[in-house]
Design a protein around this ligand. Structure first.
Ligand code: VGL
Ligand code: ZN
Length: 199
């Protein structure tokens, strides 16, 4: 029998108000996310988990500022403020998130030289995290995605999940966006074009 899973993307202190890469209203989704965790049989969490001095941090590149873009070996990469450093408080899940039921935590962005927005592939779109295989082995075919940020980690995860053949829904009411240079509209359109259900 096939089943479904809730994938909770990056509900971490650094993406909430007061955090290093705060997403407006990021903490507002926590009550709804908790309700959805309670309602799903299978729950998977992702955790952005960078090395100190990670290549996606503007501070690693002399003369560069956060939100500028640079060319990496694998293509263009937006530079971010230092965030979600392994073991830091900013990398912890939001303290009010009811995460204990989660069956798997996928950490991503832990390789110094490559960022990873998607829960499935790093930003070279080639290096897998292992999540697709995990879900496939467990016969989980339908995914509901929630979390932060709508237009980065949630959207790239949804696009990769659709490409991998999962039946994907993004609950926009349980997501909040960064919206950098029109990214929210652009990524919403890409998700819709890829057959992701947006609700
Ligand atoms: C994210 C930018 C950098 C996200 C993570 O979770 O959407 N965005 N790292
Ligand atoms: Zn990150």
């Amino acid at each position: 029998m096939s089943s479904s899973a809730l994938i909770v993307i990056d509900v971490q202190n650094d993406f909430c108000p007061g955090g290093a890469l705060a997403v407006a209203g990021g903490d507002e989704i926590v009550p709804l996310v908790n309700e959805m965790i309670g309602a799903h049989e299978h729950v998977v969490l992702t955790q952005d988990w960078h090395t100190a001095g990670h290549s996606s941090f503007a501070s690693t590149h002399p003369g560069k500022s956060p939100f500028e873009s640079i060319q990496m070996r694998y293509g263009p990469q937006t530079l971010w403020p230092d965030h979600c450093v392994q073991g830091s408080n900013g990398a912890e899940f939001h303290p009010k998130m009811a995460w204990t039921k989660a069956e798997l935590v996928v950490r991503k962005g832990f390789r110094q030289e490559i960022d990873s927005y998607s829960a499935f592939f790093e930003n070279d779109h080639k290096t897998p995290t292992g999540l697709a295989g995990y879900l496939r082995e467990r016969k989980i075919k339908a995914l509901t995605l929630v979390g932060l940020a709508t237009d980065y980690c949630v959207a790239y995860s949804a696009l990769d999940a659709a490409k991998k053949g999962f039946d994907v829904t993004v609950r926009l009411d349980a997501c909040r966006a960064i919206d950098l240079g029109g990214s929210l509209a652009a990524m919403t359109e890409r998700m819709r074009d890829a057959g992701v259900s947006l609700s």
